[in-house]
Ligand binder design. Sequence first.
Ligand code: PEP
Ligand code: MG
Length: 592
Amino acid sequence: MIPSDSLPVPGAELRLAGIPASPGVVSGQLAVFAHEEVRIHPTPIAEEQIDGEMRRLEAALLKTREQIQKIKEQLAHSLGEQETGIFEAHLLVAGDSTIVAAVRKQLQLRKICVEHVYQHVIHTYAQSLRQVEDPYLRERAADILDVGRRVVHNLLGRKLADVYTLDAPSIILAHDLSPSDTALLNRQMALGFATEAGSTTSHTAIMARSLNIPAVVGLHEVLSRCESGAPVILDGYAGLLIIHPTEQTRYEYGQIEKRRHEIEQRLEALRDTPAVTTDGRRIVLSANVELPEDLPLITESGAEGIGLYRTEFMFLNRVQFPGEDEQTNIYRQVVQASRPHLAIIRTLDLGGDKLPTHQGLDPEVNPFLGWRAIRYCLERPEIFKVQLRAICRSNPGGKIRVMFPMIATREELTAALTLLREAREELKAAGIPAAEEVEAGAMIEVPSAALIADRLAPMVQFFSIGTNDLTQYTMAADRTNERVASLYQPTHPGVLSLIRRVIEAARKNGIWVGVCGEMASDVVMTPVLIGLGVDEMSMGSVAVPRVKRAIQSLSFGECEALAEGILKMDSGEEVRKRLEQMAREKYPELVT
Ligand code: PEP
Ligand code: MG
């Protein structure tokens, strides 16, 4: 393989290695999506060129407005008319006469090309907005810079690859994609994506798996070496982006795909079989869902209901948060899609890498350690209550399950449960139909909660272990930072000991315990989770048949013995090797 820092030979095959984030292989053309600013040389112009430069600017602004209008119309379909306000704001910026007047003044003063002057004016505006007190106005700085980038590209006659409005099926390459960007991807056109930043449990990677889009992340500094339109193969299994693949490479990938397809077909046949070990231990396999569009996948995959509905995704890309009725409607669809099983609706987990675009969560130095999830909700009871009421209304007269993310203290759990009780009482007092029975759970994803699980267990009906965050916080390794990806070790004996502790506390208190982090979808981890005693595993629907096949190949007894042995090991690496060996012995077709 060519190391990713060598210089490319034009037209020759180039293999760039990153971290595999979502399985699958796709080939197509590359769409490079660069947020970076273009550097513009300040070319001098003569006095008589000023009018011509202004006409170029007017033409670029017109084109920009047309492009924004097109995005707005396309997104009105997925977001709803009222939520395309972000683009209204962008249209206003692109039509702002004060900016145009400022550019003309600067052109007359400085006599340099309009691209340079326009970029300078935009930056000055954005800078002054960043300093104002009003958070709403501060956020407009990002809009101005966004529009400015688009205008500069149009002035230069360059195409700005747009993740939302790709007009041909493409593989997206970007420095990073936020979960908000990913939620808006046009699935017909986005065949796969590759990013320079990110790691396997960033929410962007999690979404790629849910959307069943192959993805590779952590490709260091490749943007400048790739161009839109280049033919590529993206290998989400091995974590490779292959630019200008040769005929031989294409042929080899064709063969691999054929074999994988055969395995997938065999797995599909398992859909209606139960997830039971050879010695009769039954595990509930349920689905993680981020977007309502994915609800039909649940039944197709054979999942038994929803083990994690990530509600925060409906709060991203919005000018205003969804109201109680809108939320109720969505949660009803969630409950409906889970039947005859139940859905666990997780309350708002905003913050970390899931930042709403327009709701004033100020940037923090350590967002994953900051104002996130239950911390945000408890300080914003007016937002939290609306959600709790909507969840309670999602199954009138029936049963619902709700869980709270990122519980770190007993006080937080008490406060969340109190608000839940109040929400139910309010609905009752107002005569609004609501669920009769509510099962409340705590997510265990902060080490302090795992360590006091015995004190939290009597307060709830279930635990769901969020291993993505539990690993991040136990190892002190940011789950989105590719630089510390090697330290982000779900197999570390420290992480596994915490999981065991949580399961023991649950057992003693007679409550069930699930795992809803990415660990649940990794067939290499299946034996240890079963051996430690989890009752339920929730994962992206696509993974359900594979994990079921793994469970059906294992005995509970051997898994218990394996878990015992593993907990005595010294390192995450040693544990991983042992688990990989077990997986190869038991279900080689799933891991090779
Ligand atoms: C987790 O942390 O494991 C989890 C399931 O929650 P999220 O990935 O949404 O943080
Ligand atoms: Mg989490």
